[in-house]
Ligand binder design. Sequence first.
Ligand code: ADE
Length: 247
Amino acid sequence: MDDKTVQSILMVFAMQAEAQPLIEALSLKKDEPPKIVGPAPCVTFSGQREGLHVHVVWNGKDEDTGVDNVGTVPASLSTYLAVLAFKPDVVISAGTAGGFKAQGAAIGDVFLGTAVINHDRRIPLPSFDKYGIGYSLCLATPRLQAELGLKQGVVSSGNSLDYTDKCLEIMGQHQVAVKEMEAAAIAWACNLYRVPLMCVKAVTDIVDGDRPTSEEFLENLHAAAAALQTTMPQVLAQLAGRKLSEL
Ligand code: ADE
């Protein structure tokens, strides 16, 4: 990968509730006319911050149900199209996640991803097993991590808010710190373009805790989005104008 100077950033969000506070905090404007045309449902926002071109792509809403397009399929489509449209130097998979207290996670923490995997692609065939896990390293940002005092760990993606025993076993084998529903798909699209990926995930619920995930998630969604609204501008300030190797 070229040791580029970071001049433009793309943040990928699944939920409007995760993205909106940050869009407002950074005074980003919806791209009009759209930079990505339908029928792709994603919506983009752009602006400037610390000399950086800052872009957000949100996966948009599902026509049938009216809810956000969460999960891996819309995430890879949005990332593919937005990287093509904006040619960012770095992509950030931003949003919320369940955290593992066994890996030091607590509600409201913001984690940096070290690597991503899939925990729900189990394909016990030669080489397909490795493809299924889809282990992919994130951009190393040791200076940024120390400067902002963020926790870090492996991010695991799957298309369910809950998990099976087998999912849990895979996440345990990879010492997963946070579980969400998009990062590995975003990594797949980034790897096609050789664009480096960072993951910044705010913890809404404890996966290895004793409360029902959906209850804990809804209770903490807005607080986690607020944590992102605080952390993301600090992350952008650390990236702006630095070479990838200096992060
Ligand atoms: N997003 C927030 N919490 C999550 C969890 N426990 N699993 C998947 N995605 C999440």
